[in-house]
Design a protein around this ligand. Sequence first.
Ligand SMILES: [Zn+2]
Length: 186
Amino acid sequence: MIRRVHIDPATGLLRDVRQVLSPFQDERPSGSTPELIIVHGISLPPGEYGGPWIDRLFTGTLPRDAHPYFRQIPPGPVSAHALIGRDGAPTQYVPFGRRAWHAGLSEYRGRAACNDFSIGIELEGSDAAPYADAQYATLTELILALLRVYPTLAREHIVGHSDVAPGRKTDPGPGFDWARLRAGLA
Ligand SMILES: [Zn+2]
């Protein structure tokens, strides 16, 4: 199924998509525009899908006692612009024109602090497991929409979290098929 993706350029919000706005966002530094797309993978707890916990993490309301794994998550505010669930349905947490807090300590081609100039898209999944067909379909549509709305983005500047935080982050992992994404964007 192809899910049509529309972004309102004035607000940076997806139309007709579930919105769970995160408090963990702010203005990009002056002069910074979206130039890089960072693909992430996340599941909470790892390998379990469909629960409420990613929303809760990105809104600062994750109950640390709900699962032993949650206590291992470093405290501190985190968010992403959007999440694509296993069924391909997107949720938006941060308007694309604003800064989300997804990359952490990071560097892309010599530029540090990737959050300043990137858009972070999470896929619900696990590094080693295949992502779902519906997720590739929505991710492709979303990136094509972003490329239309933000001309400072480019197909050549799409990477994984592990590419900008090597040794610290492994997502989206070997389960993510980059060739498939690139073919879909071509
Ligand atoms: Zn990540």
